[in-house]
Design a protein around this ligand. Structure first.
Ligand code: AMP
Length: 211
């Protein structure tokens, strides 16, 4: 059971990814999380993330290749935020082939531009991994995490001007992947405007049907 989760920033990929991996006992591979860890010791990556631009394919592809060599992925994995360019998708295909693995489905969660801007600019996160939306899922005490009481922060790349740049990057570089996976017969469209639990139910249903 190997899946890809795709969609514009703000589609709810991170939230859905957590639910999917927990439900199906597979490994969560988020290149965004890996890069946020890498930026702590890498100035170039840090600047790219803050600007909303993509990190060069070569860096991300190598990171994912190394991760796919670990034994735990054999129980199944969910790629979240990767691939983001057609070139990354081709490199992934080559890697999977050489490791005797394949992708079973690509879930594409779609939301329109303005909804994505609204969702991301209202997002606040905690270092413990919890995530809130000030307009929709606010914490009980403003600015504090319900789970661990730490200070909530806004990711630099969630500021509204950067969000618009990230969406622009998505339209130009990532959207072409929809056709790439449609042509391979792997694309599953998911309506991202539905509630969080409805989106999860839709994905879950498709995974169970395919098993
Ligand atoms: P995410 O958490 O998936 O929204 O990713 C946060 C940021 O990490 C993105 O805006 C990019 O700068 C970088 N990033 C994540 N995944 C990739 C990827 N597959 N290719 C290039 N850059 C990426």
């Amino acid at each position: 059971m190997n899946y890809i989760l795709m969609g514009p920033p703000g589609a709810g990929k991170g939230t859905q990814a957590k639910k999917i991996v927990e439900k199906f006992g597979i490994v969560h591979l988020s290149t965004g999380d890996m890069l946020r860890e890498a930026k702590k010791s890498d100035e170039v990556i840090s600047k790219l993330l803050a600007s909303g631009q993509l990190v060069p394919d070569e860096i991300v592809v190598n990171m994912v290749k190394k991760r796919l060599e670990k034994g735990d992925v054999k129980k199944g994995f969910l790629l979240d935020g990767f691939p983001r360019t057609v070139n990354q998708a081709r490199e992934l295909d080559k890697t999977l082939k050489s490791e005797n693995m394949k992708i079973d489905a690509v879930f594409f969660i779609d939301v329109h531009f303005e909804e994505a801007v609204k969702r991301i600019s209202g997002r606040r996160v905690c270092s413990c991994g919890a995530s809130y939306r000030v307009d929709f899922i606010p914490p009980k005490v403003e600015g504090k995490c319900d789970a661990c009481d730490s200070e909530l922060i806004q990711r630099t790349d969630d500021k509204e001007n950067v969000v618009r740049d990230r969406l622009d990057v998505y339209e130009k570089q990532t959207r072409p992947l929809i056709d790439y996976y449609k042509n391979m017969g792997l694309l599953v469209n998911i309506d991202g405007l539905k509630s969080e639990s409805e989106v999860f139910e839709d994905i879950k249903k498709r995974i169970i049907e395919a098993k």
